[in-house]
Design a binder for this molecule. Sequence first.
Ligand SMILES: [Ca+2]
Ligand SMILES: [Ca+2]
Ligand SMILES: [Ca+2]
Length: 342
Amino acid sequence: MMPDWTGEIDMGREKTGNVDKPAGNNADKPSGIKKRRAGRSLRLSEYVKSQLPEGAVVDFIFFEDFDGDGEKEAVIGVTRFAPFPPDSAVMIVRSDRDRGIGHEWFVLREPPHGYEQAGVIDNAAAADTDGDGRKEVVISRTFGHSHDIDITVIDWNGTVPYQAWHSGRTFFHGSIEVGDTEGDGTAEIVVEYGTQDGHEVISSEEACYHVRESSVYKWDGSCYSARARNVDMPYASYNTAVGFLKAIWLRDYEKAYSMVMIPPFSGLVGLDDPSLPAFKDYIGKNVMPALSRNIGKGKLVPAEPYDTCCHFSGPEDDFTVELSKTGSGVKISGLLISKRRV
Ligand SMILES: [Ca+2]
Ligand SMILES: [Ca+2]
Ligand SMILES: [Ca+2]
């Protein structure tokens, strides 16, 4: 169990000046939201500083009127490092003429099933994702060392913040972007994440580049529903390059053939005969022997991908897949194989 996030003990309403050290756990408070209030002559920044756990860092700050009461709230992502392991929560700070500055802790939900360690904040955005004209806070957290992220949306019901949505799953090597992708004035949550696709040919070591997929989560009036989205460059190229090597390795020549531009892929030979049998013949003579002698000894290790070339190193040879953008997407325009320099 994670210990509670607590602020300092309650202060007198008009008490000002130096604040005390944070008190210990306050276990009999209901979990989820912790409220504290202090005198108002502190500056907002001083107040926040006084409430942060020792050694905690601020991950993000948004200062907007999220709940629509006419006053801005400060919504602050905080990661603390003690007790170990680190975890994150969100501090919501209000400044009120009559009641002074106060804050509450919004505690993000427990790690998804299968994760032992708490999540720490990875990224955050403030945007109107449900079209009601007011912003929500979208937060991704990363878990342990596995680079898996989850996504939480915090919205306000009156002045009460609540978890409006949770992704319900994690995304391997995930990243989020929040923005209006189709110009209807409401933002979507775009997530990109890694897969194990192509593991037959490329190394799926944790640190390696992965084939990536993308989904966009859009508010449909009752929930955020997902649809697939094309990944951005250079991953559109990278996914194509890995898919091509995999198709060759699995002898799916029709698929591989559909991914190439002929010519130039098979060079001048392709000028005379751009057919599938000729492509198959070219692969059998020029590509398969090299692919076999490398994958027989180990997987190909990808280098950083680029829009127009993706490089892979095998135990024996280097493979450089060349790509071109066409009207119908990214196509393979060449494959260079060279003996590895020792
Ligand atoms: Ca407000
Ligand atoms: Ca909204
Ligand atoms: Ca939109």
